[in-house]
Design a protein around this ligand. Structure first.
Ligand code: NAP
Length: 538
């Protein structure tokens, strides 16, 4: 099992809670291990901190492990001591009951004294202290990027015969770099039976932290909810435990995600992981931050599909990749479903296990249909719809409304883009046209749909309606924006006595269709709605 480990600096760093309180909080949240970052600690402090960890109890009564790290400046830490002085502190920590020592590969390679001392602390080819209680972790960090000699570095870690666990960490500048870290697990497993932790730092590397359990890492770092981590990209403990279920993962766990840029704010991981948990599906759904350019999307999708041991089952696709997803599907021979074809964009890619080539869908259409169905639009007096916006969401809305026999007029800030949308969806006709924003006359329409981001958090005091245009009773107003739940537009609509449709209903509708495609199971609707509402702070 992957031990969830909270790094805590002793002495406490500026602006953080005092370290004893942090240990208590980590135990209360179910941490398995504390990494005592004793970079600037003296012997007394190390002894006191180890005692504090040993005295702490998790909510289930289990004790915590204490790992001691004294990281030198040349490896990204704060310690100015030489290797001999650090060796004396490590020996002291062992005497005080430390369960694990993390010692840098470079220190072991460069210091004969440290190697000599280590030979007394840990048995060769065993990885434990003579009394079997303490163990050695040998680690290598690179804060500049993917080490050019990554396989060789792994080989050097493997050569430390006293080590029980090995740890490689480097800075990821992209998801592709993170995949390099994950691929190291398979390479290591072919060469060495000892557990490996392979992590990528930074936003690009977050997936290595979220999937550490799946790859059999012996431990994994997490921060306390109110603390800054000791490395960028470290997730918060309850999220790692709860949302991503790191300790429930195993080699068979199927991985899904949401591809976008930026994607850190997405509530899709909360929705899909809650749903996976509710139906006992062995899957994990993660954010996949991929830079906007198509060539980056192409390279990253290919790398995700090829990554040994990842079991990448597919992904949701959001801004700015919906066009890229369709292009990718066409270039890679995936089956493109009619909806995605008609809209000219996709929000779902599926990669079933071979030999099927994969599938490209647009479940936004399903989301729009189910949202409209809830509001009984057939009751609307005027069967004409005004759609604000001409981007990806507007394309899906226009396509769906046309299929439902609505007459649609597109109003967009940039009039030419509105006209382009109309051309792309079959051209100007009785059923479809575009007009300048200032020509919007509310009385001509029964349904008004906002497909612009106007009114979305944090700009919650904005409305997409042109000045002077007022909503009337009998209107049905659909805002695709779901954060906040009730936008200014919907508040205005309700105040005018109009019926409203919330963007969250569309989001949940499209997510439920994705869930069916990912798992082949019926979506647990209530669980998904509750997870979405919680993630949105409702
Ligand atoms: P997009 O492709 O970037 O298109 C955005 C559209 O909004 C463009 O037509 C743009 O006009 C217009 N726009 C942007 N800022 C504006 C402003 N300040 N004033 C007037 N018009 C403005 O984005 P998208 O993918 O269509 O997404 C649009 C919104 O739909 C998102 O923000 C999201 O809230 C919502 N959405 C919701 C769901 C859901 O499941 N509920 C799913 C997808 C999208 P120009 O052409 O003039 O730039």
């Amino acid at each position: 099992m992957t031990r969830l480990t909270v790094p805590i600096f002793v002495p406490t760093q500026a602006a953080a809670r005092p370290w004893p309180e942090q240990i208590e909080a980590a135990a209360a949240l179910g941490a398995d291990m504390i990494e005592l970052r004793a970079d600037t600690a003296n012997k007394d402090l190390i002894a006191a901190a180890i005692n504090e960890v040993k005295a702490a109890r998790r909510f289930d009564g289990k004790p915590l492990l204490a790992m001691v790290t004294i990281r030198p400046r040349w490896e990204g830490g704060l310690c100015d001591l030489g290797d001999d002085a650090r060796a004396a502190l490590f020996e002291h920590a062992l005497g005080c009951g430390a369960d694990l020592l993390d010692i840098e590969l470079q220190a072991i390679e460069q210091s004969a004294n440290l190697r000599h001392a280590m030979a007394g602390w840990f048995k060769e080819h065993d990885g434990s202290s003579p009394d079997g209680r303490a163990q050695l972790v040998v680690s290598a960090h690179d804060f500049s990027g993917v080490p050019v000699d990554l396989p060789q570095r792994l080989g050097r870690l493997q050569a430390v015969s006293e080590a029980a666990w090995l740890k490689v960490v480097f800075l990821a500048r992209s998801l592709a770099d993170a995949i390099r870290a994950l691929e190291l697990y398979a390479m290591h497993a072919r060469q060495d039976a000892r557990p490996l932790l392979s992590l990528a730092m930074g936003e690009g590397g977050v997936m290595t932290r979220l999937l550490a359990g799946k790859f059999g890492a012996p431990y994994n770092f997490a921060t306390l909810p109110d603390a800054a981590g000791s490395a960028p990209g470290q997730p918060v403990l309850p999220v790692l435990r709860g949302t991503y279920g790191v300790q429930r993962q195993d080699a068979a766990t199927r991985v899904f995600g949401v591809a976008g840029w930026p994607v850190g704010h997405s509530i899709s991981p909360a929705i899909h992981n809650a749903a996976f948990g509710a139906v006992d599906f062995n899957g994990c759904y993660i954010p996949l931050p991929i830079e906007p350019a198509y060539r980056v999307f192409l390279r990253t999708m290919d790398a995700l599909r090829a990554c040994a041991g990842l079991n990448f089952g597919g992904c949701s696709v959001t801004i700015p990749h919906k066009d890229n997803a369709l292009r990718y599907a066409r270039e890679r021979g995936l089956t493109v479903e009619a909806g995605a074809q008609a809209v000219g964009a996709a929000n779902t890619l599926l990669f079933p296990e071979r030999p099927r080539p994969g599938l490209c869908l647009n479940t936004d259409i399903d989301g729009i249909r189910s949202a409209l169905a809830q509001a009984k639009p057939a009751a609307v007096a005027v069967p004409r719809a005004a759609v604000f916006g001409a981007g990806g969401a507007a394309r899906a809305v226009v396509h769906t409304l046309k299929e439902m026999n609505w007459r649609v007029t597109v109003f967009n800030r940039t009039a030419e883009r509105g006209a382009e949308l109309v051309q792309a969806m079959g051209g100007f006709s009785m059923a479809l046209e575009s007009k300048p924003l200032q020509d919007f006359k509310p009385a001509e329409f029964g349904l008004i749909v906002n497909c612009t981001p106007v009114g979305m958090y944090p700009n919650i005091d904005a409305s997409p309606l042109p000045e002077g245009a007022a909503i009337m009773p009998g209107h049905l107003v659909f805002d695709t924006v779901y954060n906040p739940h009730e936008t200014l537009l919907l508040r205005q609509a309700r105040a005018a006595g109009a019926e409203v449709i919330y963007g969250l209903d569309m989001l949940l509708g499209q997510a439920m269709e994705q869930f069916k495609s990912f798992t082949g199971m019926a979506p647990p609707m209530d669980v998904m709605r509750k997870a979405a509402e919680t993630a949105l702070g409702r």
